[in-house]
Design a protein around this ligand. Structure first.
Ligand code: OAD
Length: 244
């Protein structure tokens, strides 16, 4: 069975991590342009770091939920599998999705990287906030002295090249039997594009989301339930089916 899974913030919602566009979502209280752009960082790096440290801390205190666990089970079961997540948290990894079967297309919040050159460091998600304050403060790059920044993709920035290539290679290697899109508004065209390309040649395209999205009209099956409720059953059925 060839499987592509695309996830967004809704998959981590039941672990207590706010979504972006939901009713308690980050973008309801903050203007993305004030926090998630290179210009915002240049204007007030301390404010941006404060926001990302707070988010790191929330993620450290969160645990993977049944949706992350179900996806990890499917990843371990399927030989030909790719998870493309827009989430910058590490909950898919902690649930057990192998690194080589996963792409974090919007980056990783636990990476601190130089805002100018290629220097980067991965903060362990177990590091304490105090350690971070000391380490990062408004840290400067040891190579070029530019400010260090969080390793996430901001509005107006390119998607990371290596990750894009991994997705393209997977899609070019053949159509999928099943594509699951869970917990995302599919705001970005590339998410819709990958879902459609993945499910070409009559593959199933399952959307897991309590609400309608821009992807809905392309889906072959709609599951209007929270991810942690829906995904364990979907995965169980797929594994049973592939064993027949
Ligand atoms: P959004 O906040 O746009 O969407 C979250 C989606 O999850 C919505 O469609 C909700 O209906 C759905 N949802 C909420 N709770 C759910 C649950 N328990 N189970 C399943 N679905 C649920 O988040 P994303 O689509 O991930 O980008 O946002 C995409 C990108 O926009 C993010 O990666 C971030 C943001 O700007 C960057 O930071 C670059």
């Amino acid at each position: 069975m060839r499987v592509l899974v695309l996830t967004g913030a809704g998959v981590s919602a039941e672990s207590g991590i706010p979504t972006f566009r939901g009713k308690d979502g980050y973008w309801r209280n903050f203007d993305p342009a004030k926090l998630a752009t290179p210009e915002a960082f240049a204007r007030d790096p301390q404010l941006i770091w404060d926001w990302y440290r707070e988010r790191r801390e929330r993620i450290r205190n969160a645990r993977p939920n049944a949706a992350h666990e179900a996806i990890a089970r499917l990843a371990q079961h399927s030989k030909d599998f790719l998870l493309v997540t827009q989430n910058v948290d590490d909950l898919h990894t902690r649930a057990g999705v192998p690194a080589q079967k996963m792409v974090q297309i919007h980056g990783n919040i636990f990476i601190t990287r130089c805002s100018q050159c290629d220097w980067r460091a991965e903060r362990l998600s177990t590091a304490s906030n105090e350690e971070e304050e000391q380490d990062d403060g408004l840290a400067k790059c040891p190579h070029c002295t530019a400010l260090m920044r969080p390793g996430v993709v901001w509005f107006g920035e390119q998607l990371p090249w290596n990750e894009l290539e991994q997705v393209e290679n997977f899609l070019n290697n053949g159509a999928c039997d099943v594509v699951i899109v869970a917990g995302t508004t599919a705001t970005f065209g590339y998410i819709i594009d990958w879902a459609i390309r993945g499910s070409r040649d009559a593959g199933e395209l399952i959307e897991v989301n309590p609400e309608e999205t821009q992807l809905t009209r392309f889906a072959t099956r709609l599951v209007r339930k929270p991810a942690a409720t829906a995904l364990p059953q979907i995965v169980e059925d797929l594994i049973n089916r592939s064993a027949l």
